[in-house]
Ligand binder design. Structure first.
Ligand SMILES: Nc1ncnc2c1ncn2[C@@H]1O[C@H](COP(=O)(O)OP(=O)(O)OP(=O)(O)O)[C@@H](O)[C@H]1O
Ligand SMILES: [Mg+2]
Length: 256
């Protein structure tokens, strides 16, 4: 592995739950602007790795360095201020609030201008710079026409895009997504893939995508990592990895 210039470098990540070794000395590096897919069978450790990177879990062993700084003991909010944005697997949207307001709160939370919800409700109006960034991200995600719609009137596909928008508001250098296509039909998944591509192109953000939908992974990432029983089974270009006999047997269940 060449580590020079890595945006994120995780080394020897190990995590146990009781007797279960969820991650066993996993290494992962993400270069600036690169999109990496993390795939593998159920229980392989994908979500545990994801959580160790952004701070929901603390690894038992190993280090995570982001932008040259050790982050593996930092809380989630500090990692987010440093430039790691992520979508939540369970969506956290606030009923009655508009699409634009969701992004505005995320922008203010990311920049540290609002600490608690009450501050947002009682403070003066948003700054022109904040409003401008909200408009920019709404445009990028194709949500401009829905800006004033209450969030609970959106279908799941558009609600997922709002989640993506919230993760993008702090202008992250790394965007992390865990199963963003879950519950979406083929058409909504394809649109999500196109918008992710466009987001990468126009912002240069690096992406970690944990995903079961291989079509979305193939169309989105530069490189793929296959986890199996908490270990890295293979890593490389998508076509190369999917042709690997070990991967075909362990992950795709193909024995030929
Ligand atoms: N909080 C926890 N407590 C106990 N065991 C856990 C916990 N989280 C994960 N595990 C176990 O660790 C292993 C890895 O789980 P993880 O959720 O990371 O897998 P995954 O690859 O994300 O699976 P899936 O594809 O089903 O989302 C599994 O055996 C799981 O049961
Ligand atoms: Mg998972």
């Amino acid at each position: 592995m060449t580590n020079a210039g890595a945006l994120l470098l995780a080394t020897g990540i190990t995590k146990q739950f009781g007797g279960i070794v969820a991650l066993d000395h996993v290494d992962l590096d993400i270069r600036p602007g690169e999109a990496v897919g993390i795939v593998g069978p159920n229980g392989a450790g994908k979500t545990t790795l994801f959580n160790c990177l952004f701070g929901l879990e603390v690894p038992d062993e190993g280090t995570v360095v982001f932008g040259g700084r050790r982050i593996d003991r930092l809380p989630v909010w500090k990692r987010s201020r440093l430039g790691i944005g992520r979508t939540f697997q369970r969506m956290e949207l606030f009923e009655g609030m508009t699409v634009a307001d969701h992004l505005l709160v995320a922008e203010q939370a990311a920049s540290g201008t609002v600490r608690i919800w009450r501050d947002f409700l009682h403070r003066g109006g948003p700054t022109p710079a904040e409003l401008h960034h909200v408009e920019e991200v709404l445009g990028l995600l194709g949500l401009a026409d829905l800006a004033d719609r209450p969030i609970d009137t959106l279908d799941l596909g558009h609600a997922r895009l709002v989640e993506l928008g919230r993760a993008m508001m702090g202008t992250p250098r790394l965007l992390m997504l865990d199963e963003p296509s879950s519950g979406l039909d083929g058409e909504d998944t394809a649109r999500l893939g196109r918008i992710l591509d466009e987001t990468r192109r126009s912002t240069g953000v690096a992406v970690v995508l944990v995903e079961h939908d291989l079509a979305l992974v193939e169309s989105t990432v530069d490189r793929m990592v296959v986890l199996n029983f908490g270990k890295v089974l293979a890593t490389g270009g998508v076509a190369e990895v999917l042709a690997d006999p070990e991967v075909r047997r362990a992950y795709l269940g193909i024995t030929a």
